[in-house]
Design a protein around this ligand. Structure first.
Ligand SMILES: NC(=O)c1ccc[n+]([C@@H]2O[C@H](COP(=O)([O-])OP(=O)(O)OC[C@H]3O[C@@H](n4cnc5c(N)ncnc54)[C@H](OP(=O)(O)O)[C@@H]3O)[C@@H](O)[C@H]2O)c1
Length: 333
């Protein structure tokens, strides 16, 4: 059987099991040019909440009763498409299901010379690629930049911290709680950290950790954290709007107060979507794979077992319960 999780109710607040129903259907044998897959890993991403909401995101909303959208890695079980054979590993928009049948043209075969299957869902996956283009293209990162990264222990954030460090910048990571902050300092080797849950004034904490101010703020969270960072921008600063997880389920949106700082510093703030860099994913993965090989880049995966746990996993992101890039292991590789 192909076990599927369908969108049953649109989210209000943090998404979770009540938003989904389980539905088992017969596995569909591949037609010509199609491939039957066994899902191995599913990536769990904050953007999924917006996909669950009708027509409010950057992609069309998922219809109620549809299989939940989601990307991941799968093993080929049976192929009627050129270029794919049983045992190959591919990445694709698989959906939350154990055995999708998908046209070969929608699959990308993994190049396992670049990294392991776990690397492909982690430090070669889309979160890592997001950090790469956010810093390279949007921030136009330069050596010696003073860089601040929020959600620094998360999937995108941990790669952003390390890219900035590797490129010779001074990096400060913001994370929630002492354990995550210790990870940011000791494992990711950021120069300093800010525990935004410590109860101290955030703007004062940014001033203390970034005494010379900020050239690049890589923002994953929005809201008061973005405001605190804006207050400490240097001349010609670049603010990368990668995500705004603190605001996606907020009852009242936070009103940013320090936008004027962009004018006085002649700074710039720019959003981006990783999907627009599709033609350059290979460039990012080549760079990331080289750093994996030389040991300068690492990534912590937070693995939750079982397709049925995907809805719980999604909620974990919004409660800060994930320690690293969150993935669902649907089957062993
Ligand atoms: N632009 C793009 O193309 C693109 C692509 C992928 C991801 N993104 C964005 O990148 C960001 C990170 O995504 P990810 O997949 O790597 O997730 P993640 O950082 O692994 O997980 C989300 C983290 O956000 C933090 N968080 C949750 N609620 C918060 C709040 N109210 N205030 C401050 N921090 C909060 C938590 O970390 P703490 O425990 O440290 O609070 C949590 O672990 C998201 O905003 C996502 O939408 C953008």
């Amino acid at each position: 059987m192909n076990r599927r999780l369908l969108l049953a109710a649109r989210p209000s607040g943090i998404p979770g099991p009540l938003n989904f129903t389980q539905n088992d259907v017969a596995i569909r044998a591949p037609a010509a040019d199609e491939v039957l897959l066994q899902t191995v890993y599913l990536s769990i991403d904050p953007a999924m909440r917006s996909w669950m909401s009708a027509g409010t995101g950057y992609q069309p909303g998922i219809e109620l009763g549809e299989v939940m959208r989601g990307g991941g890695i799968a093993r080929v079980v049976e192929s009627r498409a050129d270029g794919f054979a049983p045992g190959d590993y591919v990445q694709a928009r698989l959906g939350w299901q154990t055995h999708p049948t998908i046209a070969g043209r929608h699959l990308q075969k993994l190049d396992l010379s670049l990294g392991t299957i776990e690397d492909w869902i982690g430090p070669l996956g889309l979160s890592a690629v997001t950090a790469y283009f956010g810093l390279r293209d949007i921030a136009a990162l330069r050596p010696n930049d003073r860089v601040l990264v929020s959600a620094a222990a998360g999937g995108v954030g941990q790669i952003a911290v390390q890219i900035a460090r590797i490129e010779g910048c001074r990096v400060v990571g913001i994370a929630g709680g002492p354990q995550k902050c210790a990870y940011v300092r000791n494992e990711l080797r950021a120069h300093d950290h800010i525990d935004y849950k410590a109860g101290t004034d955030l703007s004062a904490a940014v001033a203390a950790a970034c005494p010379e101010g900020i050239d690049v703020y890589f923002d994953n969270v929005g809201g008061p954290t973005l405001d605190a960072a804006l207050a400490h921008l240097r001349q010609n600063a670049r603010v990368v709007l990668c995500g705004r997880i603190s605001q996606t389920h907020a009852a009242e949106p936070y009103g940013i107060r320090n936008l004027g700082k962009l004018a006085s510093t002649r700074g710039r703030m720019q959003g981006f979507l990783v999907f627009n860099y599709h033609d350059r994913y290979e460039e990012a993965r080549t760079w990331l794979a080289a750093r994996l090989r030389d040991g300068s880049l690492r990534q912590r995966l937070h693995v939750v077992d079982g397709l049925e746990q995907a809805p719980v996993g999604l909620g974990m992101l919004f409660r800060g319960e994930n320690n690293g890039k969150l993935v669902i292991r649907v089957a062993h590789a």
